[in-house]
Design a protein around this ligand. Structure first.
Ligand code: GDP
Length: 305
């Protein structure tokens, strides 16, 4: 909880400050109050539809509890928000679909440039290695200058091998080669980086589909996870991008990075509501230990306390 709290500091402060400022103007529970609350939620990147749903739920709860004073109303809202975060998360499997019995676990990472794919792969590689797993990286972003070197640098730092081609080479070929190597040399986990250029988007989606196909051709139940990496600070923009990646690769989980630098914790609810894909991992900083399994309970309590 402590790491989580530190990582969430900005999100929490900003959300809590806004909420406190809002409650400081509290007069009575009337329609204006709920309209303003709705605005506050929208500003926090919860998403428009979700903001309406939440304010409806809060309105009902305030009535049900017959909360009238500022303190009572505030308490009802905080409790209900925590409940919503958890409810929203129910039935979602936050654990990565990894199996030690499996010959090879394959995780494909997708997302726009700068979202934090390479960093997330590096952090995960370090965590898996510390658990005694044999990890291989595949440098599938052959498009962005420097992307291959960046992944190789992580590999070196962590002490795991990276399969890479030259810049501009066919990423599918790199992934194929990595799969061969991983199977022949009995690696436990293969982490596949991919390109995230926004220009020439159609080609990128085709490229990702091809990479996915090649993986499935080699190992029929793979990739075992397709993780979409989203920068929490980009807010609602991230959602429309996410839909494109989802269409091309059938995303199985979200990695929400830079939550340590985001003032918009509401994005977690918006993602669940609009994409129906669980947030599985959160990035709370640049260090290896700052990548953590998403815990809705900790997240919700962290926002208000
Ligand atoms: P990619 O283009 O998707 O591979 O993105 P990178 O992995 O290169 O990350 C872009 C920048 O975001 C780098 O400077 C990372 O150090 C930074 N970054 C990634 N994850 C986090 C995080 O959880 N918190 C913070 N503060 N920075 C992060």
């Amino acid at each position: 909880q402590q790491d989580y709290d530190q990582g969430l500091e900005k999100t929490r402060h900003s959300f809590r400050d806004k909420f406190n400022a809002f409650m400081a103007n509290f007069r009575s529970v009337d329609e204006d109050f709920f309209d303003d609350l709705e605005d506050l939620l929208i500003q926090s990147d919860v998403g428009y539809n979700m903001a309406l749903k939440i304010s409806d739920a809060l309105r009902a709860e305030v009535r049900l509890q017959n909360a009238k004073s500022k303190k009572e109303v505030s308490q009802v809202i905080v409790n209900k928000m925590a409940e919503l975060y958890q409810q929203d998360a129910q039935g979602h499997n936050f654990q990565l679909n990894l199996d030690k019995e499996r010959l090879l676990n394959v995780i494909l990472f997708v997302g726009v440039n700068g979202a934090g794919k390479t960093t997330t792969i590096g952090k995960l590689a370090a965590q898996f290695k510390a658990q005694g797993q044999k990890v291989l990286l595949a440098a599938g972003d052959t498009f962005r200058a420097g992307a291959i070197e960046q992944l190789q640098a992580w590999g070196q730092q962590v002490g795991v091998e990276t399969v890479a081609g030259s810049e501009g080479s066919d990423p599918a070929a790199v992934v194929y080669e990595a799969l061969q190597k991983a199977q022949q040399q009995q690696f436990d986990v293969l982490l596949v980086d991919t390109a995230g250029r926004l220009q020439n988007n159609t080609n990128l989606m085709k490229e990702l589909e091809k990479i996915k196909r090649i993986i499935t051709k080699q190992i029929p139940d793979a990739p075992h996870e397709v993780l979409l990496v989203i920068d929490a600070t980009t807010g609602q923009n991230a959602l429309s991008q996410a839909k494109q990646f989802e269409k091309a690769t059938q995303v199985t989980g979200i990695v929400l990075t830079k939550l340590d630098g985001s003032a918009q914790g509401g994005i977690v609810l918006a993602i669940n509501d609009e994409l129906h894909i669980p947030v599985k991992l959160v990035g709370l900083g640049e260090q290896v230990q700052d990548l953590q399994i998403f815990d809705p309970q900790k997240f919700a309590t962290g926002l208000f306390s």
